[in-house]
Design a protein around this ligand. Structure first.
Ligand SMILES: *Cc1c(COP(=O)(O)O)cnc(C)c1O
Length: 402
């Protein structure tokens, strides 16, 4: 069924069931069609595949390892494993799709890459890819996030990217997407918009998923080599959903593997504006050119969202996740800020691995699962490292007692 699944979803119009599609102005529609067609032919060419493979191995440092958490498992029960995307070059899974998108831009003869960024991870990854390929790079980022994730702003500038501060609305990820989209619309011919997750109009949710599939393909084989079996449970945090799609995509066929997508419950799961648990409280709607579960206010506009993890505070979610929820293939649940901070320190102190706050949501959920299922194996996609978050966490929450 696996190959069948990828042939079937999305369909030619970019739909995953009722979600996805391309709700965009006609000009942009033409451009997206061009990108789709180019992607279909270029991504199957021997040149493209072998160049991407070589980049992954020699530049990104793939495959990243799967690691068994000895002390964490001993403390909480279960057998907890991590897919170490934090060890991918630039410290997160995002470079997987950025190198793919930038390679596509090169094949399309584009000169410039444009994108938004939340925590700054996508911006850094894209600025890195732009430097690698010698392309210009312009990153739109909310002012609130710029302050919170200052080291990533400096990183992007060092890498030669132009960082455009976004000053309207809540000044976080959603506004940054609006702003980057606007800039792209001004010149879609020589630039490529490189979205940071499995969201946006077709073909982005498909392309980004395909570029992230390497995570699941590696992880499944590595886990099997280590244990002789498949994991009982696979856990990933969900913002837009790219790291989760990356790892889930290899297990969609294995009914014995339970898949868990973890969203941020922020400060309060019951109060609009204080969380970003799209699957729990969202309803189908359209944002940024595609249909998905969407957190909406009274007027049906995208609701304000919040999470301690800047990379997760988006009111929409990938269309494929929206479909997988309806199909009950993946269980979507949530973890709040304080559980996240506890997990951040637990993984740091028990395993010597400082996780990104986004990834700490998945770790916190794995800890919960382990407590209730002491016999089960749990594979967590550790989407990124926490260096970017250390000052913020210690300033805001202090250090826990030993
Ligand atoms: C951006 C980011 C996320 C969230 O994005 P997804 O598309 O949901 O994966 C998760 N973890 C890290 C480390 C990130 O940088």
């Amino acid at each position: 069924m696996a190959e069948n699944y990828f042939k079937k979803f999305p369909n030619l119009e970019g739909y995953f069931g009722e979600y996805g599609g391309a709700f965009i102005p006609p000009d942009l529609e033409k451009e997206m069609k061009r990108i789709s067609e180019a992607y279909f032919s270029i991504s199957k060419s021997h040149n493209f595949i072998s160049e991407l493979r070589s980049i992954r191995k020699h530049y990104q440092g793939r495959p990243t390892p799967v690691y068994f958490c000895n002390r964490l498992s001993e403390k909480y029960g279960g057998r907890i494993y991590l897919k170490r995307e934090d060890l991918n070059h630039t410290g997160a899974h995002k470079l997987n799709h950025c190198m793919g998108e930038a390679l596509l831009a090169k094949h399309l003869g584009k000169k410039k890459l444009i994108a938004e960024t939340g925590a700054g991870q996508h911006g850094v990854a894209l600025a890195t890819a732009a430097a690698y390929f010698g392309l210009e790079c312009e990153i739109h980022m909310g002012e609130v996030d710029m302050e919170k994730e200052h080291p990533n702003v400096v990183r992007m500038e060092i890498l030669g990217a132009k960082v455009v501060p976004v000053k309207h609305g809540l000044r976080t990820l959603k506004e940054a997407v609006d702003s980057a989209f606007g800039a792209y619309l001004e010149d879609p011919i020589t630039t490529l918009y490189c979205i940071g997750s499995v969201v946006g109009p077709h073909p982005f949710p498909m392309m980004v998923r395909d570029f992230q599939r390497v995570v699941g393909i590696e992880a499944k084989e590595q886990f099997f080599d280590m244990t002789g079996e498949l994991p009982d449970k696979v856990v990933a945090c969900v913002g837009g959903g790219s790291n989760a799609m990356g790892i889930f995509s290899s297990f969609l066929d294995d009914d014995e593997c339970e898949l868990y997508g973890v969203e941020p419950a922020g400060l309060s799961i019951d109060k609009i504006g204080e969380h970003a648990a799209t699957m729990t409280h969202g309803k189908p709607g359209v944002i940024h050119g595609f249909k998905c579960y969407l957190l909406q206010d009274d007027k049906g506009e995208p609701a304000p969202v919040y999470s301690v993890a800047s990379g997760l505070d988006y009111p929409g979610v990938g269309p494929e996740h929206s479909m997988l929820k309806d199909l009950k293939k993946v269980k979507y649940d949530y973890i709040n800020d304080s559980e996240t901070i506890d997990a951040f320190f637990e993984l740091s102190r028990l395993e010597g691995i400082i996780p990104a706050l986004e990834s700490a949501h998945a770790v916190a959920y794995a800890i919960k699962l382990a407590k209730g299922n002491p016999q089960k194996s749990i594979l967590v996609n550790l989407s990124g490292r926490g260096d970017k978050d250390i000052d913020f966490v210690v300033d805001k929450f202090g250090l826990p007692e030993k």
